[in-house]
Ligand binder design. Structure first.
Ligand code: ADP
Length: 501
């Protein structure tokens, strides 16, 4: 009898802000296993956030090994690896020793906020940066973090001049380490978050490198997200596994949700929200200060594809606040049943502007508000208003994107922890008046990285077969009448007006 061939898999390495995960994906696109290791968040000063790059690497390797052992996967069963990562976080290391010159500066870190504000106070500079990179100048993106490391680490400037230093976002650091220094590369999606990459011309931009005084010798080579990047060669992991995909986390989720065409969009409902809308080959300039970014493309795509991106600062974080600070819910899950225990919010609106308001209002001085309280207000009304506030904020982003792209959204795909909440999904669909699809598997980020890797290795043939794999979704159809919807939106607009500084 012929021996049955062992099943083969793609492994996604999902390097997030608080943990490193390895995710096993089979040919049907099913996630069949996962291992996860958290790592330390370092706060050396108020507003500063760092990670230890070595700990990121070691937790990522532990996750890979743990997954293989627990699922009894032989190295020969791994078709390829895809990497997805927290974006913008910056590492600089010595090419010879492989040792980082300092901790990684995390995307959330505000240490360079003043420097960026000073530079972009010149409207001509801010406009040129935006025109070249699609980004709104901010400390969030990698470039000011690289500059800070060069200016504040003893000997770094000289080492950089002598071509001894390498820069990378987390994907690049992992790729370099896993290939034992063979490959110093990144993909277009991660490059587009550095604020040094010209998203129209496709390349590191000389003017930006000069403006920030960054030597081009530090910069990684930029490749398509779905391409063969190299092979594993790090001690402690099986050698020779091809790494066939690299992609930033939000673009990975867009791809994992099979948003391949203009107008297709996904929203991730997590601590905050990330809404990305595919805009095809057109880099749309936003008039609402949304970000224009590069979308991951399947192999063989001739031209760069783009997306518009907007984020909500406080989404699931508001639920955590209700639980941990106000103590009016015991768990995030409980909010669904509480919200459904009342017919509406009895006129209560929450605007969670804890750290100001983002797109499309852009008011950093605004602060949060609970409006419409009466003697009849109950806990359940407040909880319902909190969930509704996530949907209202996403509605505002979608409206801004529709205006920018001159396009009407036809459907929205949802993922992230808070997308488990059926009440929220239904309310969102009612507001947007479009169907909302929540896949059975909400791990879109890992799936996107696996898809991109598996497409370039030939594990999957093309994107149409991926669309078939991920057809299993629960669809929420809009249910509410126009008048109720209009009233809710008026109430939200009124609450926003009262919140603006
Ligand atoms: P992260 O942004 O850290 O990746 P997740 O995608 O894991 O977050 O989502 C966690 C967030 O979602 C938390 O802020 C939590 O309050 C919220 N959340 C999780 N489950 C629910 C739920 N059933 N209803 C509402 N919010 C939820």
């Amino acid at each position: 009898m012929r021996e049955q061939m062992a099943e083969r898999f793609v492994i996604a390495l999902d390097q997030g802000t608080t943990s490193s995960r390895a995710v096993l994906v089979d040919r049907t696109g099913t996630i069949c296993g996962m291992a996860q290791f958290p790592f330390k968040q370092l706060y050396p000063q108020p507003g500063w956030v760092e990670h230890d790059p070595q700990e990121i690497l070691s937790t990522q390797i532990s996750a890979l090994i743990n997954l293989m052992v627990s699922k009894k996967i032989e190295p020969s069963q791994i078709d390829c690896i895809g990497i997805t990562n927290q974006r913008e976080t910056t590492v600089v290391w010595d090419r010879q020793t492989g040792i980082p010159i300092a901790n990684a500066i995390v995307w959330q870190c505000r240490r360079t906020a003043d420097a960026v504000a000073e530079l972009s106070a010149d409207p001509a500079i801010a406009k040129t940066i935006n025109a070249k990179t699609g980004l709104i100048p901010d400390a969030y993106f990698s470039v000011s973090k690289i500059r800070w490391l060069l200016d504040n680490t003893p000997g770094a400037r000289e080492a950089a001049r002598a071509n001894r230093l390498a820069f990378g976002t987390i994907d690049t650091w992992l790729l370099w380490s896993l290939t034992r220094g063979e490959v110093h590369a990144t993909d277009v999606t991660n490059a587009s978050r550095t604020m040094l990459y010209n998203i129209h011309e496709g390349g590191w931009d000389d003017w930006l490198l000069e403006l920030f005084d960054i030597p081009v010798s530090m910069m990684p080579e930029v490749r398509p997200s779905s391409s063969v990047f190299g092979q594993t060669a790090h001690s402690g992991i099986p050698a020779g596994i091809p790494i066939c995909g690299v992609v930033g986390d939000q673009q990975a989720a867009l791809f994992g949700q099979c948003c391949f065409k203009p107008g297709q969009a996904k929203n991730t409902y997590g601590t905050g929200c990330f809404l990305l809308m595919h805009t095809g080959f057109e880099a749309i300039e936003s008039s609402h200060r949304l970000i224009t970014t590069i979308a991951a493309s399947p192999p063989g795509t001739k031209h760069t594809q783009y997306a518009l991106e907007g984020s909500v600062f406080v989404a699931g974080a508001l639920i955590q606040w209700l639980r941990d600070e106000l103590g009016i819910v015991r768990s995030a899950e409980q909010t669904e049943q509480m919200a459904c225990s009342v017919n509406d919010t009895a006129g209560v609106y929450i605007v969670p502007a804890f750290t100001g308001l983002g797109a499309p209002y852009w008011d950093p001085e605004a602060r949060g508000l609970i409006y419409g309280l009466t003697r009849g207000t109950r806990k359940a009304h407040i909880v319902r208003a909190a969930l509704e506030s996530m949907a209202f904020q996403v509605y505002d982003l979608v409206s801004a994107m529709e205006e920018d792209a001159h396009f009407k959204l036809e459907a929205l795909k949802a993922d992230g922890g808070a997308s488990r909440n059926d009440f929220l999904m239904q309310f969102q669909s009612n507001l947007l008046q479009v169907p909302l699809a929540r896949p059975t598997n909400i791990e879109s980020t890992a799936l996107g990285a696996a898809f991109l890797a598996g497409l370039s290795s030939g594990f999957w043939q093309d994107v149409s077969c991926l669309e078939e794999l991920s057809a299993k979704s629960r669809i929420f159809h809009p249910e509410v009448d126009d008048e109720m919807r209009w009233k809710a939106l008026q109430g939200w607009a009124d609450a926003i007006r009262r919140t603006l500084y």
